[in-house]
Unconditional design. Structure first.
Length: 153
């Protein structure tokens, strides 16, 4: 092989290797979106749970900030579940979400409402009042996960 052919072969290999990947599908984008929102919610809920259970000291300002974040995020979740955004192996969401959409949507509304209530109660700073509001929020999370999320292996 001549030098020119070797150079062309090398350039062709480099071009093929650096070709952009196909953009994600709408379903993949929706899955990424909802995973992102859930991760940010989890980032805030876990320390609140630790404070409520006494695992970490209760800091009323930090708790109120985290509760406000969760209240802001939870209404964003339903848009992450558009029709056709189930891809087996890429999501823990069950197909039941789209088969029972009214029930799922109702749980999402309850989640947003309980989050807003927790944020309001957290502004007062009274841990005795916060605990039941936090537990109510966690119960909605649990109900939705039991019905619409695959169990962890």
């Amino acid at each position: 092989m001549t030098f020119a052919r070797s150079a062309l072969a090398a350039l062709a290999t480099l071009a093929a290797a650096s070709a952009p990947a196909a953009p994600p599908s709408k379903a993949e984008t929706a899955i990424h979106y909802r995973h992102s929102v859930y991760h940010v919610i989890e980032w805030n809920v876990l320390p609140m749970g630790d404070a409520v259970s006494g695992k970490i000291p209760y800091d009323k300002e930090a708790f109120a900030m985290r509760a406000a974040r969760v209240a802001l995020l939870t209404p964003m979740l339903p848009e992450g579940f558009p029709e056709g955004s189930y891809i087996a192996g890429k999501t823990d969401a069950k197909p039941d979400i789209w088969k029972n959409r009214p029930e799922f949507d109702e749980l999402m509304k309850k989640l947003a409402a309980k989050s807003a209530t927790l944020a309001d109660v957290a502004k007062g700073g009274d841990l005795a009042t916060i605990k039941p509001a936090f537990n109510d929020l966690m119960q909605v999370c649990k109900s939705c996960h039991e019905k619409f999320k695959k169990k962890d292996d």
